[in-house]
Design a binder for this molecule. Structure first.
Ligand SMILES: *[C@@H]1O[C@H](CO)[C@@H](O)[C@H](O)[C@H]1NC(C)=O
Ligand SMILES: *[C@@H]1O[C@H](CO)[C@@H](O)[C@H](O)[C@H]1NC(C)=O
Ligand SMILES: *[C@@H]1O[C@H](CO)[C@@H](O)[C@H](O)[C@H]1NC(C)=O
Ligand SMILES: *[C@@H]1O[C@H](CO)[C@@H](O)[C@H](O)[C@H]1NC(C)=O
Ligand SMILES: *[C@@H]1O[C@H](CO)[C@@H](O)[C@H](O)[C@H]1NC(C)=O
Ligand SMILES: *[C@@H]1O[C@H](CO)[C@@H](O)[C@H](O)[C@H]1NC(C)=O
Ligand SMILES: [Zn+2]
Ligand SMILES: [Zn+2]
Length: 599
């Protein structure tokens, strides 16, 4: 099926005209110069609109390999590489504007075994990289970790032409190798030789005169430790024809050689963002080491309950700046610098990539580098990575927020997790303000008590007890997807329209508390600038109940941690009280869900 993307000028024509024009003359065919990674009409999110493209399909590559979700497959035995050690098979090298491609001599290099169905004839290898600012650029990621570079060795099923191979669901085998940057690796070996051919000239194909083999480039990487899944080409037309092999161990090369890719070619960040698995299974060869297990839980039925999280290896959970905390409103300090936030794309209804059940929470993962938050005294621009929830039991009275205010626990808490835009995730979790989390309390929109008390609320608490302040349709849509992720580690794409603004609704985003803390799950890195909003988001009780019932687990919140030497600050509007104490006490009796500021 062809999907047509019209030129902007065409969109301005009357719609009846469009019908006449859709006869082919204005189709944008997938040709070299039509697409790019950034800064043109067809960047990755629009590749699916290119005519003849499969980029919007359900079996796309690359993907994030979540090691705790992979399944070991005993059929993934050793590979048989033919002529990988030959020093005369690399024929030419060319910068084609999207990548640097090394073409091999025809019919000399082969791959079989490794669980592949038959023999594949290797035709070329090429690279994906980031930029000169040390921004990594591998296409696949492992547990969210992106390596600096990825090398793809491309082979076609033996006997098939390129046209036949792209039409066969396993017509192509790509071997993916991560390339890792070392501080002091060899500067004179095969990678120096290969990168000495790099050029910014996209017209000339250079002949490789040096003796250099594919094995020389792969080095000592274990070829028995690998992942396998069925996917696609990672550039348009993204044909779903690839049996992917991603090797677990990276090739380690000197960072100065890695820098040559962006620096000399002038191309940066030439990688496609990760795509949804859509139910696909990633397999691992038997030799691949099992993932680091996460044997932690919230209750007492596992090896590491919260009081023992600090014993997990590399854990920061025993630190002095841990989260969550109890917010004592008597002790908060007003900070005038805590101004309003700027929210970018919070109203985008297609920003959520997928929703997953991690076994500890329900997490909505957002499309990369799209939704942002800044201001609010943060000092940096932060990219929103995901949001997730903490909840209690199935009981209507259940309380499951992580933060508490004057020891009051709310029914639920939503965490919007963001990362400093100028850092990689690995850097961010090691930097005191590398992450910023926005915490929103969630409680029931109580329809029975609402009308009597809302009229007497103070000026700083607009409609605290009226009906839902958020868009209930968005919450219903979100919770409807829970039935598809009942199994732990399952995920599902969200195709219906939901924005973060829809979920937050009219909640006051100017009144908030601020402190320095940590992630609230292992490894509890002390990298988080916390914002906890004073006003709660109001949703229907029935929606809240779906969290414990559909996932099957309850009370997923960490107990409050000691403040130690920390101070909790507040924006000026969060510090102001709700009015005379007498009136407040009266209100507190009427409606227990007001903030207990003066108790
Ligand atoms: C590996 O490939 C070579 C050449 O195609 C072949 O002779 C050999 O039998 C293969 N070995 C295995 C273990 O498949
Ligand atoms: C390996 O390469 C040599 C030449 O270097 C060639 O003669 C031989 O046929 C190749 N092997 C295969 C299986 O293609
Ligand atoms: C292996 O490939 C052949 C054709 O090349 C095909 O007929 C067969 O079904 C494939 N086997 C599997 C297990 O996919
Ligand atoms: C990647 O390189 C760094 C040094 O730059 C090293 O600490 C790390 O262990 C390497 N990663 C792997 C998986 O080899
Ligand atoms: C290409 O690189 C050469 C140096 O190797 C430089 O002089 C030239 O300006 C570059 N061209 C472009 C278009 O960047
Ligand atoms: C967080 O810590 C930094 C120093 O690492 C400090 O400058 C900042 O004021 C602290 N913020 C809060 C809210 O305590
Ligand atoms: Zn590639
Ligand atoms: Zn959380």
């Amino acid at each position: 099926m062809l999907v047509v993307k019209w030129d902007f000028t065409l969109k301005m024509y009357h719609s009846s005209l469009l019908l006449c024009l859709s006869l082919g003359a204005f189709l944008k065919w997938v040709a070299g110069s039509d697409w790019c990674y950034t800064g043109c009409e067809y960047s990755p999110t629009d590749w699916g609109d290119l005519a003849g493209s499969f980029c919007g399909g359900k079996r796309q590559s690359p993907v994030d390999i979540v090691t705790s979700h992979v399944q070991t497959n005993p059929d993934l035995l050793n590979f048989n590489f033919t002529n990988f050690s030959s020093q005369h098979v690399i024929k030419t090298i060319k910068n084609d504007g999207h990548t640097v491609k090394c073409t091999l001599k025809e019919n000399e290099v082969e791959v079989s075994g490794g669980g592949l169905n038959g023999t594949y004839s290797t035709i070329q290898f090429h690279f994906h990289w980031g930029d000169t600012l040390h921004h990594p650029g591998s296409e696949h990621t492992i547990d969210g970790h992106r390596y600096p570079v990825e090398m793809h060795i491309v082979s076609l099923k033996k006997g098939l032409t390129v046209e036949q191979a792209v039409a066969d669901s396993e017509g192509i085998a790509v071997l993916g190798f991560f390339i890792n940057a070392t501080e002091d690796g060899d500067m004179s070996g095969p990678w120096n030789t290969l990168t000495s051919y790099l050029t910014n000239d996209t017209d000339t194909e250079l002949t490789v005169n040096h003796a250099i083999s594919i094995d020389d480039l792969i080095g000592t990487v274990s070829l028995t430790n690998f992942y396998r899944y069925m996917g696609s080409l990672t550039t348009p037309s993204c044909n779903e024809a690839v049996a992917w092999t991603v090797f677990h161990e990276p090739i380690n090369i000197n960072k100065n050689l890695i820098q040559r890719f962006p620096a000399i070619t002038g191309s940066t960040n030439v990688y496609r963002p990760t795509q949804a698995l859509n139910g696909r299974q990633v397999f691992a060869s038997s030799a691949t080491p099992p993932p680091p297990s996460h044997p932690w839980c919230y209750e007492d039925h596992c090896m590491y309950s919260p009081t023992k999280w600090q014993q997990l290896s590399d854990s920061h959970c025993g630190g002095e700046h841990q989260s969550p905390v109890n917010i004592e409103t008597q002790k908060i300090v007003v900070d005038e610098h805590l101004d309003t936030f700027t929210y970018t794309m919070f109203d985008d209804k297609h920003a959520i990539k997928y929703i997953t059940n991690t076994g500890h929470t329900v997490k909505c993962v957002l499309k990369e580098d799209m939704v942002e938050v800044s201001g609010g005294g943060l000092g940096y621009v932060y990219s929103v990575l995901q949001f997730h929830f903490h909840w209690g039991s199935t009981s209507v009275e259940s309380k499951g927020s992580e933060h508490t205010v004057d020891s009051k626990r709310y029914p639920m808490e939503m965490h919007i997790v963001t990362k400093r835009k100028d850092l990689t995730l690995d850097q961010a979790i090691d930097t005191p303000n590398g992450l910023a989390v926005l915490g929103f309390f969630i409680e029931a929109a109580d329809t029975t008590k609402s009308s009597s008390s809302s009229s007497s609320s103070g000026p700083h608490e607009p409609n605290p007890t009226s009906g839902p302040t958020s868009d209930m349709k968005a919450w219903m849509t979100l919770s409807n997807s829970f039935s598809a992720i009942k199994n732990i580690n399952s995920e599902v794409e969200i195709t219906e329209e939901i924005s973060i603004d829809d979920l937050l609704g009219k909640v006051n985003r100017a009144s908030y508390y601020r402190y320095n803390g940590s992630l609230t799950t292992p490894l509890c890195n002390e990298a988080v600038v916390w914002t906890v909003f004073k006003e709660s988001v109001k949703v229907d009780q029935s929606v809240m109940t779906l969290f414990p019932t559909q996932t099957g687990y309850q009370n997923v919140f960490r107990p409050a941690q000691s403040l130690h030497d920390r101070t909790i600050y507040a924006s000026s509007s969060a510090a102001s009280g709700p009015g005379p104490i007498g009136l407040f006490l009266l209100l507190a009796c009427l409606c227990t869900f007001l903030f207990h500021l003066h108790l």
